[in-house]
Write a protein that binds this ligand. Structure first.
Ligand code: GDG
Length: 730
C-alpha cells in the first residue's frame, strides 16, 4: 500500500475518457471529451489525482497492456483491463440488459441471468482491487454510475475510513420497479459503502431512500442514513453542462459557416431538432408518430416545417436495439414517403454522430428542440440547446420524464405517452411569439449558467467532505484506560457527584418480555455502592413507565425520571411532572398500532401515561424492521399536526408529545443540584442523545453500543458499564 503521500482524489467510472484505436497492430490514444470528462478535468488532471476505468478496448498482449498503462498514466489515468467475456456479461449483460431497463422502467426487457450477476460481481471486484492498489486511507474516491453499484462497499471493506462518493447518472427507480431485481439487496448494500450518494433529482433520491428502508431495513432522517455506525447522506445534485463552452462554440466561425452551408441545402423552413442515442428509453417512435399527426392535423406546416433527427448508433446488433432501429427506419420511410415534396423533406434523418461544430450549428438553426424520452436520468441535449441560443429565440419541448424537467420548468413540458399533448405542444412552440420565447429562454439560461458542470463538481466534492467531517465529529472515542483513570480521579475528588443512568441497554440487557429485564442482585449492589459514595445523586433516567421504576427501585436511594422525562421524583418524594400534557391523541394512534399488531405476530402495544410504544423484539427477524419502516412513515404523517414525535428505539417505536425528552428533564434536574461538581451520563439509544446534549462541557458522557453519538466516550455493552461503575467506587 502506498503511504505518506498528499491525499489525492480518484475518479472511477466504467469508461475512461479516452478512445483507443488499434491500427496496423499499433495503439493510438485520443481523449474523448464528453460533458463529464470536461467537468472532472479540473480534478483528475491535478497533481497525483487519477481517473480509473476501462480504456475502451480489449487488449491481447502484455506489451499492449503495459504501453496502455504508460501512455494513460501520462494523462493521469489508470486502466482496468477487461476481457471480451467481461464486456459481454458485465457490461452488455448485467449493466445494460438487467439494470438499464429496470432503472428506466422497461422491466419487460430486463434479463435476470445468474451468469451476468456473477460477472458483475467479478468485474466490480476487479475495479476494487485496482483502487485498493492505488488508494491511501486519506484519499477521496468518487465512483460513477450503474455499472459500479457494488464498488463502494468493496472498497469500504478494505479501507474502512476512506471518503467515498457515488453519483448515479441514470434514474433510481421507484421501489416497485427496483424490488423486482433478484439481487436488489446486495446492490443497495453495495451503494451504502459510500459516504455521500448523489442523484440527479429529488425523486431519484426519494426512491433510493425508500428502497434502502424497505429492503435493507435501514431508515433515514432527511436523507441521513445511519448504517454500520456510519452516517451516510443521499441528496439530489442535478448535473449541469459546460455552459460557456456551448455558448462560445455557437459563436465560432466554423459553426456559422456550417449553418450557412446546411441552410443552403435544406432551405429556410422551421426546424424541429431531436438528438438521441439509439435507445428504447428515448421515445423515438412515439415522437415520430406525433410529428406525423401534426402534419395530418395542421396541413399548413407541409412544406414549411421539418424535423432534423440525429440518432447516434448504439448496440444495434443487440435484438431489441435492432428492432427499434428497424421501427424507426420504417416510420421515417412512411412519413417521408407520404408527405415529401420535391422541394421539401419532412424528416432529415441521420443515423450517425456529428462533430461538435455541426451539433452547435443544428442547435442554432432549430426553432424547436424536441426532447421526449420515456425516461432519462437528466438529458444534457436540452441543456446544450439552451446554452447555444445566443439570440434567445427558440423553444424547448421537454418530457417530464427527463430529470432536466425539474430544473427547466420554462420549457413546454409534456408527457411522452400523451400524443395529443405532444402534438399541441409542438404547435404551441412553432407559434410562440418571440417575446415569450426570449422570456422563457432567459430564465432557463440563467439557471444553467449558474448550475454548470464546474459548479456541480465543486458542490459534490464539498458535500462529500462535509459529510466526512460530520462523520468524524459523530464518531465517539472509546473509553480507554487513560480516560477511565481521569474519570475516576475527578469522581473521587468531587464533593457532590451527579450521575444520570439510562436503564435498558445501559444497566441491563434486553429481554423478549420487557418486564423480565428487572434489576438483578449484582445491579442493586452496584447502585447501592454508587449512592453510598459521598453525597452522590444517582438518577435513573429511562423511557420506562413510572410504576415499574418505582417498583424496581423502591429500596434504592436513587432519583427517578420516567417516560423519557414526563415523570420526575427525588428520593423519598412523590412523582411530579414539569409539563402540562394531554393524551387525547392516544385513542387514534392506538387504533393504528393495533392494526400493526394484528398483522405482525409477536408484536404488542405498551401504554404509558403520555406515550404509546409498539414493541417488536419477538417478531420474526426482518419482518419487524420492515413493519417499522411502514409504521413510522404512516405515523409521521399522522403525528405531524398533533405535536407528536415518533421515536425509534431498540426494537420499539414510541409515540409521544414533542414536549417530552430526556434532555429537558436532565436540565431540570441539574438546576436542582446546581452545585454538582462531577456530572456523568450513560445511555445506549438515541433518546439518550438528548441527555448528552443537555450536559455541560465538563460532563462525562458515555454511549453504550455504537460509536455514532454526540457523547464523548463509548463502551461496548451494559456489562462494561457495570464494570466501570464498580471500579469507580472500589
Ligand atoms: C447518461 C444518462 C444523463 C449526442 N450526439 C452527438 C453528441 N452527443 C452528445 C450530446 C450530449 C451527450 O452526447 C448525450 O447526453 P445525455 O444526457 O443523453 O448523456 P448520456 O451520457 O448518454 O447518459 C443521462 C447523463 O448520463 C449525464 O448524467 O443526462 O440521462 O442517461 O452531451 O451533445 N456529441 C457529438 N456528436 C453527436 O452526434 N459530438
Amino acid at each position: 500500500m502506498p503511504t505518506k503521500q498528499k491525499p489525492k482524489t480518484i475518479i472511477v467510472s466504467n469508461r475512461l475518457p479516452v478512445r483507443i484505436i488499434k491500427e496496423d497492430g499499433k495503439l493510438a490514444f485520443t481523449p474523448s471529451e464528453g460533458g463529464l470528462a470536461t467537468g472532472l478535468g479540473s480534478i483528475y488532471k491535478q497533481g497525483e489525482n487519477i481517473w480509473l476505468g476501462w480504456p475502451g478496448a480489449v487488449l491481447n498482449t502484455k506489451a499492449e497492456e503495459s504501453q496502455t498503462k504508460k501512455e494513460l498514466s501520462e494523462q493521469n489515468m489508470a486502466p482496468v483491463f477487461l476481457t471480451d467475456e467481461d464486456i459481454e456479461l458485465y457490461y452488455e449483460g448485467f449493466s445494460n440488459e438487467t439494470l438499464w431497463p429496470n432503472f428506466h422502467y422497461f422491466n419487460q426487457f430486463s434479463e435476470f441471468k445468474h451468469e451476468y450477476w456473477e460477472a458483475y460481481k467479478k468485474v466490480n471486484q476487479k475495479f476494487a482491487d485496482q483502487i485498493i492498489k492505488n488508494a491511501n486511507p486519506k484519499d477521496t474516491i468518487w465512483i460513477h454510475d450503474y455499472q459500479l453499484l457494488l464498488l463502494p462497499a468493496l472498497v469500504r471493506k478494505e479501507r474502512p475510513d476512506i471518503s467515498i462518493g457515488f453519483f448515479l447518472h441514470i434514474p433510481f427507480p421507484s421501489y416497485e420497479s427496483f424490488r423486482l431485481l433478484p439481487w436488489r439487496r446486495e446492490l443497495l448494500l453495495g451503494m451504502l459503502g459510500a459516504d455521500f450518494l448523489g442523484f440527479h433529482t429529488y425523486d431519484d433520491t426519494r426512491h433510493f431512500l425508500s428502497s434502502v428502508s424497505r429492503l435493507a431495513g435501514v431508515g433515514n432522517e432527511h436523507g441521513h442514513i445511519n448504517y454500520n455506525n456510519r452516517q451516510i447522506v443521499a441528496d439530489a445534485l442535478p448535473m449541469g453542462i459546460d455552459y460557456d463552452k456551448y455558448a462560445q462554440t455557437a459563436a465560432e466561425p466554423e459553426t456559422l459557416e456550417r449553418e450557412v452551408r446546411y441552410r443552403t441545402s435544406i432551405g429556410e423552413g422551421k426546424l424541429i431538432l431531436c438528438i438521441d442515442r439509439l435507445d428504447y428509453s428515448k421515445g423515438i417512435p412515439q415522437r415520430l408518430k406525433a410529428f406525423e399527426k401534426l402534419l395530418e392535423r395542421y396541413p399548413e406546416y407541409k412544406g414549411k416545417v421539418s424535423m432534423l433527427m440525429v440518432v447516434v448508433p448504439s448496440r444495434d446488433q443487440v435484438g431489441k436495439y435492432k428492432e427499434l432501429k428497424e421501427e424507426i427506419d420504417l416510420l421515417v420511410g412512411r412519413i417521408n414517403g407520404r408527405y415529401s415534396q420535391l422541394s421539401w423533406t419532412p424528416i432529415h434523418y441521420f443515423y450517425r454522430s456529428f462533430p461538435l461544430h455541426a451539433l452547435s450549428a443544428f442547435y442554432r438553426m432549430a426553432h424547436v428542440c424536441l426532447v421526449s424520452p420515456m425516461r432519462d436520468g437528466m438529458n444534457l441535449v436540452c441543456k446544450e440547446f439552451i446554452a447555444s441560443k445566443l439570440d434567445k429565440k427558440g423553444v424547448l419541448v421537454l418530457s417530464e420524464m427527463a430529470g432536466a424537467s425539474k430544473e427547466l420548468s420554462d420549457a413546454l413540458l409534456i408527457n411522452p405517452n400523451n400524443r395529443e399533448q405532444m402534438v399541441e405542444a409542438i404547435r404551441e412552440a412553432l407559434e410562440m411569439d418571440e417575446k415569450e420565447q426570449i422570456q422563457r429562454m432567459k430564465v432557463m439560461q440563467s439557471t444553467l449558467k449558474r448550475y454548470n458542470i464546474y459548479n456541480w463538481v465543486d458542490l459534490f466534492m464539498n458535500r462529500l467532505s462535509v459529510v466526512k467531517t460530520e462523520q468524524k465529529a459523530l464518531t465517539t472515542k472509546r473509553l480507554d484506560e487513560q480516560s477511565e483513570i481521569a474519570l475516576k480521579t475527578s469522581y473521587k475528588e468531587a464533593k457532590k457527584p451527579l450521575i444520570f443512568l439510562d436503564y435498558d441497554g445501559t444497566l441491563q440487557g434486553f429481554y423478549g418480555d420487557p418486564q423480565d429485564a428487572k434489576p438483578d442482585e449484582d445491579l442493586y449492589s452496584i447502585i447501592n455502592g454508587l449512592t453510598k459514595f459521598k453525597n452522590s445523586h444517582v438518577v435513573i433516567i429511562s423511557g420506562r413507565d413510572k410504576d415499574t421504576l418505582a417498583n424496581w427501585f423502591n429500596l434504592s436511594k436513587v432519583d427517578l425520571i420516567g417516560e423519557h422525562g414526563v415523570w420526575l421524583r427525588g428520593k423519598g418524594e412523590d412523582w411530579h411532572t414539569i409539563t402540562t400534557l394531554t393524551d387525547v391523541w392516544k385513542a387514534d394512534i392506538r387504533k393504528v398500532l393495533e392494526g400493526y399488531v394484528a398483522r405482525t405476530p409477536g408484536s404488542f402495544v405498551e401504554e404509558k401515561d403520555y406515550s404509546l410504544v409498539w414493541h417488536y423484539r419477538k417478531v420474526e427477524t426482518g419482518l419487524g424492521e420492515l413493519r417499522t419502516r411502514e409504521l413510522t412513515s404512516h405515523l409521521k404523517y399522522l403525528a405531524s399536526n398533533q405535536n407528536l414525535q415518533v421515536l425509534e428505539g431498540d426494537m420499539v417505536v414510541e409515540i409521544k408529545s414533542t414536549e417530552i425528552n430526556k434532555g429537558r428533564a436532565a436540565r431540570n434536574w441539574m438546576k436542582r443540584y446546581e452545585d454538582a461538581d462531577f456530572i456523568m451520563a450513560i445511555g445506549d439509544d438515541w433518546t439518550d442523545e438528548d441527555t448528552f446534549k443537555a450536559m455541560p462541557p465538563k460532563a462525562y458522557t458515555i454511549k453504550v453500543g455504537s460509536t455514532n453519538s454526540s457523547a464523548k466516550f463509548s463502551v461496548t455493552n451494559f456489562e462494561e458499564v457495570r464494570g466501570l461503575l464498580k471500579r469507580m467506587v472500589s
